[in-house]
Design a protein around this ligand. Structure first.
Ligand SMILES: [Zn+2]
Length: 379
């Protein structure tokens, strides 16, 4: 079975199946251009008369996803280790690495919260080294409103853009900076980090390795999910997974970020738990007997790596994709118009261009609305 059809079989078995998705998968496999049903999502193909949309108007035009999972009450985990709320460390007393699983770097990404809640309930005890389980942006999580599910990604600013000494040491004061400063000494002591995320749109899970060879190797060692994104992060602020020694090619410290799927799907929950368990097993700190029940995804026999070459950043709120992109579409020809931003047309810059994490749910001038990637044959 090919990589795509292998993935497709799993996807079809999940509850999210939609006919257009299958047509796109087949197109992926054949390396042809996906042509969506124009009647399915007319807002994407509306006339150019749309100007100065509000974010609420844009979100109202996008597909609403069902809330398949319940948000766990994580207040029971508030009292953390070493005085840091919502962070729990378990030390074996035996030499070994410090391994951390972080959830809720973005406040509405509930699959990670479910995974860490489950791992805490499982009372994991490390064989060696130290395991730390944490919830990052709990303030945003506690403000989640199911009637406005995109609103609580963060409160003041994106917690995954503040991880540089210049921001952390600055005099700036935001909810997210305050939390990052609490988490900073813990994150700095971590040898191996897995940061659990999910995506605005329904798409296959992605493992984000960062730009360095050590990250690519680590992603290959974990072995799942199938699609690995090699990327340097964002111009508007550093991610936790790139912070300090994680972003230093000479350091043995390493970090990965997983995008487990659409925020509110059962599948994302399962992928997050599976990925966290694989990560703990790979680092050797927890016995397999404690984690086997969480390994729910088929083992991937081969992974495909994609190298991000550039972000697509919106200049205006009069922005639309030319197709109903959800992620991992492969556009065969350079020069294909993939989006319009006011009067500007945006083209694929090279043949076989892959769309990474497209979404208009946080559209504003200066916001990255998708990234473009090349298939990495020789990683
Ligand atoms: Zn996220």
């Amino acid at each position: 079975m090919s990589r795509y059809s292998h993935w497709a079989a799993g996807w079809l078995a999940a509850s999210h199946f939609k006919p257009w998705l299958l047509s796109r998968l087949i197109c992926h496999h054949a390396f042809t251009l996906f042509l969506p049903d124009r009647h399915a999502h007319p807002a994407f193909f509306s006339s150019r008369s749309r100007i100065m949309n509000t974010l609420e108007q844009i979100r109202a035009m996008l597909q609403a996803y069902p809330m398949e999972v319940a948000f766990p009450d994580i207040r029971r985990w508030q009292r953390g280790t070493a005085g840091v709320d919502y962070v729990h460390a378990f030390d074996s007393g035996v030499p070994g690495p410090h391994v951390m699983i972080m959830a809720l770097t973005h406040g509405n990404e509930v699959s990670g919260a479910i995974a860490v809640d489950q791992l805490l309930r499982a009372e994991l005890r490390p064989l060696k080294g130290r395991v730390t389980l944490g919830f990052a942006n709990v303030e945003a999580y506690h403000r989640f409103d199911r009637n406005n599910p995109d609103a609580t990604r963060f409160i003041d600013e994106d917690l995954n853009r503040v991880w540089s000494a210049s921001r952390l040491d600055s005099g700036d004061d935001t909810v997210e900076l305050r939390r990052a400063r609490e988490l900073r000494p813990i994150v700095e002591s971590v040898d191996f980090l897995l940061d659990l995320h999910s995506m605005h749109e329904e798409a296959p899970p992605l493992l984000l390795s960062g730009p360095l060879q050590k990250g690519i190797r680590f992603a290959a060692e974990i072995g799942a999910p199938e699609h690995v994104i090699v990327d340097a992060g964002h111009a508007n602020g550093r991610r936790m997974r790139d912070y300090g020694s994680f972003g230093d090619a000479t350091s043995p410290k390493n970090a990965l970020l997983i995008e487990s799927g659409q925020h509110f799907s059962l599948r994302s929950r399962d992928v997050a738990l599976d990925a966290a368990s694989r990560f703990l097993l790979k680092t050797g700190v927890v016995a397999a007997t404690q984690l086997n029940s969480f390994l729910t995804q088929d083992r991937t026999l081969s992974q495909q790596f994609f190298e991000v070459t550039q972000p697509i950043v919106a200049d205006t709120t009069d922005f639309e994709f030319t197709q109903d992109f959800r992620g991992l579409e492969l556009i065969e020809r350079a020069g294909t118009v993939i989006a319009r931003d006011g009067e500007r047309e945006i083209f694929t810059p090279y043949d076989n261009c892959v769309i990474i994490m497209p979404s208009l749910r946080h559209l504003a001038p200066g916001v990255t609305v998708m990234r473009l990637a090349k298939v990495l044959d020789d990683k």
